[in-house]
Design a protein around this ligand. Structure first.
Ligand code: S3P
Length: 170
């Protein structure tokens, strides 16, 4: 197991937890969205607008296929685990952790975000439906589910680090 993948819906805390975990476990950290933005020299809304969502999904799969073989933490975009091929790559190359937050916590964090095209084009009800639709795919992808409700970032990071060490057999 070389990589630790964080999966879950937009706003579940993948980036915030990934960054802190990286510090805590002294492992390099990569944010998939940021890596794609850096490579494409375009923001996510620009990629969606100019080339469409399908193209963005292909960039996500390309990233997973080609990212260097390194022991690291990767926070994925909220749509990554929907694709069976992506789920297979993640499970073959690492440990997959699902950050399971409630929709009400997620909504508070994402509803004003201009940098998330899916949020921009959806109503609250549509996002909630998408949240429940996607949950089963996160569960299918994951080795372990981490519930975040009523836990501080520090508690989540410590618990996640404990699980990573346990599953690595340390
Ligand atoms: C998406 C989630 C975003 C980003 C893109 C699409 C999705 O990542 O990849 O806007 O389909 O859920 P975050 O989960 O980091 O917000």
């Amino acid at each position: 197991m070389r990589k630790v993948y964080l999966v879950g819906f937009m706003g579940c805390g993948k980036s915030a937890i990934g960054r802190r975990l990286s510090y805590y476990l002294k492992m390099p950290y990569y944010d998939m969205d940021q890596e794609i933005v850096r490579r494409e020299k375009m923001t996510i809304p620009e990629i969606f607008e100019k080339y469409g969502e399908e193209h963005f999904r292909q960039l996500e799969t390309d990233f997973l296929r080609n990212f260097r073989d390194e022991f690291c933490i990767i926070s994925t975009g909220g749509g990554v685990a929907m694709n069976p091929q992506n789920r297979r790559i993640m499970r073959q190359t690492g440990l997959v952790l699902f950050l399971d937050a409630t929709f009400s916590d997620i909504w508070k964090r994402i509803h004003k975000d201009k940098n998330r095209p899916i949020v921009q084009r959806s109503t609250k009800q549509e996002l909630e439906d998408l949240f429940y639709k996607r949950r089963k795919f996160y569960r299918e992808a994951t080795h372990i589910t981490i519930r975040t409700e009523n836990r501080s970032l520090k508690q989540i990071v410590e618990y996640t680090a404990f699980q990573i060490k346990r599953l690595k057999g340390e």
